[in-house]
Write a protein that binds this ligand. Structure first.
Ligand SMILES: Cc1ncc(COP(=O)(O)O)c(C=O)c1O
Length: 492
């Protein structure tokens, strides 16, 4: 009997040929990204026509042909978040080493759910988590797990908070009509993950206490305390307070020290959603802004945002990692993962929601070392400097109104010079800026998103982009004004 040759197997020469050609085309793509449009703005219908509507092939197709086609489809018909003028939502330009790291990971394919299945990958993930804690300046006693992104990082911490702070019986009996109403507290600017979390973990959306923000868009600590007191008087069981270290719309960082003190006073879990902003705690100049983060019971941090990792990479850090084990560990008979003679053995399936897990840490581990802490300090502070420049330029321009600037997020709107109807002015400006955003998002010169701040529809630029330069910012201002004038002329 000869050796088995499965249809998916590939010989070495062919692998090298396809791989080299793919790497060549990726290198061309990355190095010409600045000259490409940010998006082609094609509609789903146009894309379907390009993709074609053929049925699943009965027989195999040559892999080289497939890669060449896939590369063409992706390079020429994608929204390019690696473009220097991409400022939408919170997605970073991906570090090129991340692409290579993901290729290496897929080749070895460790299952990072259990130590025995991923011996070196597990150690690299543990080290990455230690480095992330060190990076943001919290104690090295924090442990945690890498997850797919911000939502999952916050969910992972949320269930740990419920396990620790809600009555213990819930883990066994679930939440029933007899359970005291469990409540959670966060600024009204908190990202939508919280609504999914309360649905997922049984509290229901009425459990969320949306706390008013003050004029700086930070959670109002006095109202927080009043709301907790009120809930206690009404027989509720407050569980946790969430502080935002960079809220999704404006980048505001809550008063962490103030929230930590409230949590201590009422014995509540203190969680920080730092998915976007907490890497900025590495900057010596921002120490005061982030004071108090070291008191958090848990922190969500997304390497795929401000550490420029390719999607997907999120991280949950927990002050006492045993709380994750208490929440997630189980020992089914079909797992032979325990090792009594090696106490430092860590099985990541016991720290979070996944059992089989990809090895997300490698791309983060490599990028952290490629540039070191100082490289990140340089990139993050440059993003902030450019965002401040954008804010200054919008402030100085007679047809732009600067609205907010925090961390690397600036918000502003286009305000035409002649628009004298005071009564309808605000409604018109909202309509104008929404239409302008739609035009900009499809135009291909720049990509930004929106924020609604005090009922004003604003354009919002979040710079987590190591490719952006001062010239890009100046050009974007000119594009917004040019398109703003056109849109005003069209819809006025
Ligand atoms: C503050 C904050 N938290 C959570 C998230 C959710 O992260 P993800 O989209 O990676 O799940 C975001 C996304 O922008 C965010 O800005």
């Amino acid at each position: 009997m000869g050796e088995r040759i499965a249809p998916l197997e590939i010989n070495k020469e062919e692998f090298i040929k396809i791989g080299y050609s793919l790497i060549d085309s990726i290198a061309d793509f990355i190095h010409s990204i600045k000259q490409k449009p940010v998006t082609t703005g094609e509609s789903p219908k146009q894309l379907q026509a390009i993709l074609g509507n053929t049925s699943l092939p009965e027989n195999g197709v040559n892999a080289e042909v497939l890669f060449s086609r896939a590369a063409d489809l992706l390079f020429n018909h994608s929204l390019l978040n690696g473009h220097p003028k991409f400022f939408g939502y919170i997605t970073s330009s991906p570090a090129p080493v991340g692409a290579l790291a993901d290729l290496l990971v897929a080749a070895v394919n460790p299952n990072a759910g259990a130590n025995i299945l991923s011996p070196m990958a597990t150690e690299i993930e543990k080290q990455t988590i230690r480095w992330l804690a060190e990076f943001i300046g919290v104690s090295s006693s924090y442990g945690g797990i890498l997850v797919s992104g911000g939502n999952m990082a916050n969910f992972t911490a949320f269930l740990a908070a419920r396990t620790v702070k809600a009555p213990k019986i819930i883990k066994e009996n679930g939440i029933s009509n007899d359970t005291q109403k469990l409540t959670v507290y966060c600024a009204k600017s908190t990202h939508t993950w919280i609504e999914k979390a309360v649905a997922l973990f049984g509290l229901g959306t009425k459990a969320i206490r949306w706390i008013e923000t003050d004029s700086d868009n930070k959670l109002n600590i006095t109202i927080l305390q009043q709301t907790i007191n009120n809930d206690l008087q009404n027989g509720c069981k407050p569980l946790m307070v969430i502080g935002n270290a960079g809220d999704v719309s404006t980048g505001a960082v809550d008063d962490m020290k103030g929230i930590a003190a409230v949590c201590k006073m009422y014995d509540l879990w203190f969680h920080i959603d730092g998915a976007y902003g907490i890497p900025a705690a590495v900057l010596p100049g921002l120490k005061d802004m982030f004071e108090g983060i070291e008191e958090a019971d848990s922190i969500a941090l997304d390497p795929h945002k401000w550490l420029y990792s390719p999607l997907e990479a999120g991280c949950t850090l927990v002050k006492d990692p045993n709380h994750l084990i208490e929440t997630y560990s189980s020992h089914p008979v079909y797992y032979n993962f325990r090792s009594d003679d090696e106490p430092s053995t860590q099985n990541f399936y016991e720290y979070g929601l996944q059992n089989s897990r990809g090895f997300r840490a490698l791309k983060v581990w490599i990028a952290l070392q490629q540039v070191g802490k100082n490289g990140y300090i340089q990139m993050i502070s440059e993003d902030i400097r450019l965002s401040k420049l954008m804010f200054r330029l919008t402030t100085a321009h007679p047809e732009l109104e600067a609205v907010t600037q925090n961390l690397s997020i600036a918000t502003f709107r286009y305000v035409p010079l002649e628009n004298n109807n005071e009564e309808t002015k605000e409604a018109y400006l909202n309509k104008l800026n929404e239409a302008l955003l739609n035009q900009l998002q499809h135009g291909g010169e720049v990509f930004m998103s929106n924020a609604v701040i005090n009922e004003k529809y604003c354009l919002r630029c979040c710079i987590v982009n190591f490719r952006t330069s001062e010239k890009d910012i100046e050009e974007v201002i000119a594009i917004v004004v040019r398109e703003g004038r056109k849109m005003h002329a069209l819809i006025h």
